[in-house]
Design a protein around this ligand. Sequence first.
Ligand code: HEM
Length: 447
Amino acid sequence: MGSSDLREHALLLNLARVSDAVPGGRPPDPRGAPAAERAAARWAATPPPERFGDDYFQDPLGYFSALRQTRPVAPVLLPGAGGRAWMITGYEEARAALADPRLVKDPRKLRPDWEPHPVFGALTMHLLNLDPPDHTRLRRLVSKAFTPRRVTVLRPRVEQLTATLLDAAAARARARDDGVVDLLDEFAFRLPVTVICELLGVPARDQDDFRDWSAVIVADGGDDPQEWRAAATAMFGYFSRLLAAKRAEPGDDLLSALISARDSGDALTEMELTAMLFLLLVAGFETTVNLIASGTLALLSFPGELARLRADPALLPGAVEELLRFANPLNHATERFTLADLPVGDVVIPAGEWVLAVTSSANRDPARFHDPDRLDVGRDASGHLAFGHGIHYCLGAPLARLEGEVAIGSLVARFPGMSLAVPASQLRWRPSSLIHGLESLPVRLSV
Ligand code: HEM
């Protein structure tokens, strides 16, 4: 794959791995030609990268915790297409990096000659690839829809959906001799995707299509440019048709509100509108599915904590924070980059480098959380970085918390005999550096 493919792919959602690397080598010099010699000299001067093996996706925390102890700020060469980024794995440094305005997001600052691709670029120019003032303007337009107060109104609907989905899962389990269902597919995915579809005004019947496209886009194991380009093109076509339909027939939904904001005050360009839809939809389900599925796995792996939560439902809000800290729906925050040399801890990250604040590692840093590899549903997990920190702090956090509480609370209360149907060591994780999510979660729902 050429370096431009990697760039477009990673920027697409800033949900893919490392953007600008050439396999096994160095990213092009951000200041452009005649950069080859300068880049080679700088490359030679920077420390050798840590190499992550092909098993990285199956055990990211193993890699991160080794790094945190030996090289808490280090260049890393990831498997697959071999992208390179600097990883920051300690809590204090990762938190500071997330709020540091010297770490920027907008790719046009790194490469002023970079033009968004007419299709992929239209999906790219969203909040996670923008800095102030564009970021501030766009975030203001959507933030009202996601305040805790606005989200509270959604609770009855989230409870109703949860009950319906769990009824269906229980019926399917009863119909099978072994009583086993894939909780991820039947429930953990269906709940957040239906909620975000309803909020945005996207037909929920199309959820399997955009789940498939998104899975290709955020995967970065065997990175085939044809595959993600086809998925992105299909998604772009789908969004264009949807936007046209909403414009012709507006509804009482967030997408129609965003369109009218654009049409009245020209606050969003067509490209920004498409990118916003892409980000809200995909971020709305690709993450919360993992809070529910990996959170359930964590509870099943610590039966004493599961019993404690079942006995005392008042622990639930705190338990969801602990599950976010412990299970980490994302391995790391999305990419940022340096425009000038940046000292972090004892190390200087050179200009033009991609930087990843490894939030999952920070959440397991013993310098911040006591006995961090133990799930403790009664601990004060506040200050965890699962939703990030700083101006890009997760917009959907109140919604994710609500869904997590209702989903986990209902599962725990309704299926006291629930158990894992395969040994935990047999579970497979998705081949994505950013998304930390199971492929499936087979459980026995004994009632
Ligand atoms: C458990 C579920 C979730 C987790 C763990 C999560 C995590 C995160 C993180 C870590 C960031 C910051 C990334 C960075 O700084 O590089 C972020 C940003 C964002 N999240 Fe979430 N998220 C979740 C659910 C949601 C939901 C339900 C939505 C709903 C639409 C959402 C929408 C967004 C948006 C729009 C941003 C970009 C904010 C900005 O750049 O200003 N997220 N999320």
